[in-house]
Design a binder for this molecule. Sequence first.
Ligand SMILES: Nc1ncnc2c1ncn2[C@@H]1O[C@H](COP(=O)(O)OP(=O)(O)O)[C@@H](O)[C@H]1O
Ligand SMILES: [Mg+2]
Length: 268
Amino acid sequence: MLKVDQLSYTYRDGTKALNQISFSIPDHSKVAILGPNGSGKSTLFLHFNGIYLPQEGSVEVLGIPVNKKTEIDLKTRVGLVFQDPDDQVFSSTLWEDVAFGPENMGYSQEEIDRRVEKALKSVDMWDYRHKAPYHLSYGQKKRAAIAGILAMDCEIIMLDEPVAYLDPQGQDQLFSLLDELYQQGMSILIATHDVNLACEWADYIILMKDGQILGQGGTELLVQENLVNQARLRLPIVAKLFQKLNKDIDALPTTLEEAASQINQWVK
Ligand SMILES: Nc1ncnc2c1ncn2[C@@H]1O[C@H](COP(=O)(O)OP(=O)(O)O)[C@@H](O)[C@H]1O
Ligand SMILES: [Mg+2]
């Protein structure tokens, strides 16, 4: 799904945001990119749908190299949900907002209507279609942004810091929607510094710091204390609990489920 090879990116003011990054991710994955603020997560995301083009090295998305020729095509295949939903919704009604993508893709009015209706229904926002986006709650704005991506039939959806601004129920709603989209065949990438969320949700982890990759692999990376400290993150709470219990175990648990089944074995 993604292949990044020796990618570097320097902003105009001289900040080196990405420094020779390489990794690849299999098809149909749930990926969490973790790292402290300023580690380059957002800059990396902006390469995956051609908003930024590689300055050095290369990026391939769904087998397509990211370059000037493919950037427009990529924007219709890979959707990005911004961290701040207010940066993303700008039309006077939700309906118009979601129609923006399909309109730009040159579809007939009938096809646009069909896509907007389907997208708004699948994020459970159809009843709000006449509302002004800026009157929606943060959770609703995030779902609206996702509808905009679904209306374009994107194959990959990226969410930058998806739980920022959301209350716990809003987070749960968002993640059950993401799980549904994953079941339907989409690949999903999130950028976050929430290790608990990443452990529970992701099947592939990329750890970043200072524009470089510290590690990549399964969620077991996130219970390697050295690595987690290096990335200025914290161990997941279930792993911390098991450290405190100080029992002799092979590996710290990454999820509540794993922790519960270990505890059940002890109390049997
Ligand atoms: N538009 C910009 N101009 C200059 N520097 C930037 C810009 N955007 C981000 N940076 C810098 O690039 C680095 C990586 O930022 P970013 O990709 O936003 O990291 P993250 O998303 O992990 O917080 C940081 O040092 C940040 O200050
Ligand atoms: Mg960011």
